[in-house]
Design a protein around this ligand. Sequence first.
Ligand SMILES: Nc1ncnc2c1ncn2[C@@H]1O[C@H](COP(=O)(O)OP(=O)(O)O)[C@@H](O)[C@H]1O
Ligand SMILES: [Mg+2]
Length: 286
Amino acid sequence: MSAAGPLLNAADLHVWIEGSHILQGVSFAVPDRGVTALLGRNGVGKTTTVKALLGLVPRTGRVDFGDVETTALPTHAIVTMGIGYVPEDRGVFSALTVAENLRLAERRPGKPRYELVHELFPELRERADQPAGTLSGGQQQMLAIGRALLNDNRLLIVDEPTKGLAPRIVGEVADAVARAAEQVPVLLVEQNLSLVRRVAERVVVLDAGRVIHTGPALALLDDPDRVRELLGVSRAAATTAGKATAPSSTGTTMTASTPDTTPASGATGTAGPDTPASEAEGRRTA
Ligand SMILES: Nc1ncnc2c1ncn2[C@@H]1O[C@H](COP(=O)(O)OP(=O)(O)O)[C@@H](O)[C@H]1O
Ligand SMILES: [Mg+2]
């Protein structure tokens, strides 16, 4: 890797879970700026890829962060090198206040960047004493991203921030991701193509545990046939950029306008498009 090499490099990652070969040689790079979106239909291995990067699942292959090989390091050592992780279920503690959730995220040594977080997300200051479970889904996502920005990270990994959220909240989440990306490079797992179009420069597309495409985001999103081929999205959905409330005309799992409503193991996975995320998340207790 050259001095100007990628911020993060994954090479030939394989993951087996309960005898299934989930990742089958995933390789991609995350550059040191902007948003790189990791795309793919439900169940293709996006979350598993993120967990493999962080050492949260056993894997083979190699991961480099900056000029350090992290493959053999434990997760806490990888994270303290400067990776903020916003998991699929957000990891917010419903029964704790906003301020307590932020305080829990403080990483030592280092000075927590409350000024930055409150400047980016003033609502978190205004609602500091409110239990996180009473926030809207969009506000909870802000809190989750705020937690990751509190520390001086070199990369944020955000896994499906719109999952289970109402379409009208997608714009709020896009704002939060865009603001975060002005501070730090982001690897964004996302199924909502209008959000991807808005924030991402580059895309990496997974299918069945392999990378099937990498390239500039718009080159893919502006090619509806290719989008359908790679992501199984209808022509109409793929071109509905920025219309977060447009109805979906597809039966596929990946659309430009509606969140994923397939029941899943995540805390928000069963929230339908009109279910306040706080209801779905109320089940999570601290
Ligand atoms: N803990 C697990 N036990 C069994 N199968 C799993 C587990 N985690 C993931 N899988 C399987 O691995 C595949 C990829 O899952 P995942 O990475 O969560 O996909 P994505 O995030 O792209 O929706 C799916 O088929 C899923 O069922
Ligand atoms: Mg996932």
